[in-house]
Design a protein around this ligand. Structure first.
Ligand code: ZN
Length: 235
């Protein structure tokens, strides 16, 4: 731990492609990086179990990253699971709602995640908070919007009397560019780590191995990841 280190970061690490790319991005920039995962009974909970292997894989890619990667934290957010009535936490079918949002939407999820992350960062003396929120690809989730994150940064800094910086390196890039970012940060070893060891599928299936990774191949998350991979390999 490095208390009150102005150059230290906390990365929200779910075990998916986006958050793993964000962790590599942070390891490339900050001398001390800790990670945080949330357990709220999500259907694709399998991704949480992948986090230790991802952290080990990142350490193996670059000795500098190994030296920078600090503690891992997990917080149970049972209240969030209890509050949500969506396909993400119940065994119902994934579909689009009348308002254009997939019914996997957990209202305000990222507001809660970032607020809990800030509380932990406060305790740990970490200044930078990094999340994989993205306005480009994500079907209009209002809590992924750049304006939402910026407003939350202001609210958190006022409410906690700190100068946290919320970073969202994927905010304006699409899935193909996210693969390219991984390629730039950690080359082929990082791309392979993400393909083989991250999880995206909303149905929580590891099952078949596709060129872009494991998953059912037909849910919205798998389709998005597959399309992004196509764009990446086509250059
Ligand atoms: Zn899937």
């Amino acid at each position: 731990m490095t208390p009150d280190n102005q150059e230290s970061a906390l990365v929200l690490l779910s075990g998916g492609q986006d958050s793993t790319t964000c962790l590599a991005w942070a390891l490339d920039r900050f001398p001390h990086v800790e990670t945080l995962g949330f357990d709220y009974g999500q259907r694709h909970r399998v991704e949480l179990g992948l986090r230790p292997a991802l952290r080990d894989g990142l350490r193996a890619i670059d000795p500098a990253w190994a030296a920078r990667l600090g503690e891992d934290h997990t917080l149970a957010l049972d209240a969030l699971g209890a509050l949500s009535d969506t396909a993400l936490t119940r065994e119902s079918e994934i579909a689009m709602q009348a308002d254009g949002l997939p019914n996997t939407f957990v209202p305000g999820r990222n507001l809660l995640f970032l607020t809990f992350a800030a509380a932990l960062a406060y305790r740990r003396g970490l200044r930078h908070i990094v999340g994989g929120m993205c306005e480009t690809d994500f079907s209009g989730y209002p809590d992924c919007r750049d304006d939402t994150i910026k407003a939350l940064q202001v609210a958190i800094n006022l409410g906690m009397n700190r100068r946290f910086v919320l970073h969202t390196p994927l905010m304006w890039i699409d899935k193909a560019e996210t693969w390219r970012l991984a390629q730039r940060l950690g080359g082929t070893p990082l791309v392979r780590l993400i393909v083989e060891h991250t999880h995206t599928c909303y149905r929580g299936e590891r099952g078949a191995m596709h060129p872009w990774g494991h998953g059912c191949g037909t849910c919205p998350a798998c389709e998005l990841r597959a399309a992004g991979w196509e764009g990446f390999v086509k250059g």
